[in-house]
Ligand binder design. Structure first.
Ligand code: AMP
Ligand code: GLY
Length: 423
């Protein structure tokens, strides 16, 4: 079987390596991939947003199955287009990817179906939003409706900050058309949990829970990034919480989408806040998380390809999805300066990964046989172990063996989770 994977980050590297454990996988093509993925798949320089280019490639290479991983091609309808030319896909159709593509849509869905989430109001006019924010309690959250590279949610601590956020989004359009509509939202407090799930539109099977570390600096300080590291499982996500989430959030969401005539097939990512009143949805993503996938998939014992095909074919069942009881940690090595300006082009020396180790490459290119850094997040060092403590020390030990000139990493990935376990 030949598989086409769309995307080119650490998440895609993890997906590809996991798919290749299935012996029926002959070739994996990756568009555009990266210099590290090139060791495991045939990469071609077609951007994930170039739907025309992807279709032309698919016509020429006739893959048996495609996995569309990033948000933008999904929201653009890449799955619809590939299926039109006869390539079955893992990933939601455009009318279901809107769950991530429009926060106004997803908020309205949650309100309509009684799915717990932050209270929120939608605005299409900057002056109205600002006038509403005068009397709003702080902190508050101002969110752009559409995709914004994960930067579209701003926590504001005063009316002045809120006004600036509204003006940036709606007037200056710093996120382009994504800021044409905004939401002003109640600020929720509590531990955050990421739960990725497999769904075929009817059945939903959650994967092992995880915890992202979004801020650039130790102690959760500094700017928001795409994610500086992850651990799984998330110690705050107890069996009792999982049961509530299934009953109050996961099943109601999948059923709501089905009822709306938008069955969601693919990976549905629930960004949750465990508040005093119970778990609430912060956001939905219509795809695997990055770098959550880098800790979740190494713990998957079942065959990934079988699950992805079942999601596509409407035959998913709970017994297809088994995770090992252990833990995993991913430490991201970034280019110093990220998420602001940074330099790239430094040679990366990579050790061979050991038995319970993985190196998933995100931002690197191959030049003259050398692997050079080529992005903000360069790679993730991952270790699995029986306990979270061992997984964390394993991932850090692996990260110490990897070097490039301006590498930067957080030193406290998993520290909060360890503190929670020791409470
Ligand atoms: P989003 O783009 O919706 O995923 O939001 C990004 C991050 O902002 C989340 O991971 C949260 O840490 C934070 N956030 C978003 N919405 C809220 C909220 N209503 N209350 C508190 N924090 C929030
Ligand atoms: N790590 C957060 C995301 O993938 O959106």
């Amino acid at each position: 079987m030949n598989i086409l994977v769309i995307g080119g980050g650490g998440r895609e590297h993890a997906v590809i390596k996991t798919l290749k454990k299935n012996k029926s996988v002959e070739k994996v093509f990756c568009l555009p991939g990266n210099g590290g993925i090139a060791r495991d798949a045939e990469c071609f320089p077609v951007k994930a947003t170039d739907i025309g280019g992807i279709l032309a490639f698919a016509k020429e290479h006739a893959p048996d199955f495609a996995v569309v991983t990033p948000d933008d091609p999904l929201v653009l309808g890449c799955v619809d287009e590939l299926e039109k030319i006869g390539v079955p896909c893992f990933g939601p159709h455009k009318n279901a990817a809107i769950l991530e593509g429009s926060k106004v849509f997803s908020k309205a869905l949650m309100q309509k179906y009684g799915i717990p989430t932050a209270k929120s109001r939608v605005f299409e006019d900057a002056a109205e939003a600002i006038s509403y924010l005068k009397a709003h309690p702080y902190p508050a959250v101002v969110k752009a409706d559409g995709l914004a590279l994960g930067k579209g949610a701003l926590i504001v601590n005063s009316f002045e900050e809120a006004t600036k956020a509204v003006e940036d989004m709606m007037v200056k359009r710093v996120f382009g058309e994504s800021g044409a509509r905004i939401l002003v939202e109640e600020f929720l407090e509590g531990p955050e949990v990421s739960v990725l799930s497999f769904t075929d539109g009817k059945t939903v099977v959650p994967m092992v829970s995880s915890m992202d570390h979004k801020r650039a600096g130790d102690g959760d300080t500094g700017l928001n990034t795409g994610g500086m590291g992850t651990i799984a499982p998330n110690p705050y996500y107890t069996e009792e919480v999982a049961k509530r989430c299934m009953e109050e959030i996961f099943l109601p969401t999948v059923r709501a989408m089905q009822k709306e005539g938008r069955p969601f097939r693919g990976c549905l990512y629930f960004g949750l806040m465990l508040t005093k009143e119970g778990p609430k949805v912060i956001e939905y993503n219509c795809r695997f998380g990055d770098p959550e996938t880098q800790v979740v998939l190494p713990l998957l014992e079942s065959d990934l390809l079988t699950i992805l095909l079942a999601c596509r074919n409407g035959t998913l069942s709970e017994d297809m999805v088994k995770f090992s009881g252990g833990a995993a940690c991913c430490v991201v090595l970034a280019s110093k300066g990220y998420p602001k300006a940074y330099e790239t082009g430094f040679e990366i020396s990579l050790p061979e990964a050991g038995e319970r180790e993985e190196i998933f490459v995100a931002g690197a290119k191959l030049e003259g046989g050398k692997l050079l850094s080529a992005g903000g997040r360069v790679l993730g060092a991952v270790a699995t172990a029986e306990t979270l403590k061992e997984a964390i020390s394993g991932a850090y030990a692996l990260s110490e063996k990897i070097s490039f000139a301006n590498a930067y990493k957080r030193t406290d990935i998993g520290a909060r989770a360890m503190a929670a376990l020791e409470e």
